[in-house]
Design a protein around this ligand. Sequence first.
Ligand SMILES: [Zn+2]
Length: 384
Amino acid sequence: MMIRHLLVVCATVLSVVQAGKHDIYSGHSVYGVHVRSKAHQMLLHDLEPILDLDVWQHGIISEREAFIRVAPENKEHFLNALDEEGIKHYVHLEDVAQTLEQRDNEMNSWRASRRNRMLFNDYPRYDEINAFMDRIALQHPSLVRVVTAGKSFEGRDIKYLKISTSNFEDSSKPIYMLTAMIHAREWVTTPTLLYSVHRLVENLRSQDRDLREDIDWIIMPLLNPDGYEYSHTTERLWRKTRSHRPEINATCWGVDGNRNYDSVNFGLIGASSNPCSDIYPGPEPFSEVETAYVRDVLLEHVDRIQIFMDVHSYGNYITYGYGDGSLPPNPVELHLVSAVMGAAIDIYKLPEAYFYRVGNSGILMYPTAGCAQDYAQSIGVPSR
Ligand SMILES: [Zn+2]
């Protein structure tokens, strides 16, 4: 009884402290937009920087609607532009601030109702994620090594795990490399990789033994800890890093890490030169230490990496380069692996979730440059 009473008190205090936490999104709405042609898709793409649109889902022509967050001051312009082109739309979320507050309350009651909290059933914070990695390496020293790539812009350690039954010394084994959370608000991606680690190390099914025996793994579950923590404490929908360059812009922070890799057309496609934009690629490739660490790990192991996956949310897609819609020399191979992967995941998907779609990211979704997938492809992943 006492404990229960305490919980209620804590929850009340918490909700008082948290009240108004999401006020910056007050009056923001998310619209569902039916894209019926490439022209519709391109119109949204063109409006994105002008109206500071926040695209939650890009949509697939005549198949999946796009979901777009619009600030109150831009709604009229946005809706007029859609109506002029005859593009159908509806209100998906009326008020984003209210939706986020509801979601926080649901999460808090869910947590209060749980006796045993598994890290990957929740959205663990930076300290818990690092503690998980340290603990698993300590308990499985012959299988797991934790490596610190370096510090983030704000000085947090960026760690990753190397999982191998042969200490990475058997050069005949392929390496699979998984990264997540370069985009700070995509909270579901880190627990997904932590769960993969848990399954590989602590809960391997006998039929999956080859995954552990025959493959070396590099798993980087939290690439952008500064942005991630900021999305917990201050702005839920923060996407970028938290670098600050007052000589370029005194009032805006951060770079879109998934536009910051070195690639053809860096900064010219699917990006904005405005440092305040959510898709600002940074002043130059690898201006962000967070992406430079991924580059360094990729280059160190490029001869053996056969799969590199940078995990994002949301939308059920497996995509490959190049971001500008052109194809690398191995598209059939990439498409086949993606299709097999997507079909395998589809077996377990929730009934209300979309089936996985696979394809070139520039053709299937929207053109970009400076993405992780393009960089890895360009330096020779998958290895021959
Ligand atoms: Zn993302």
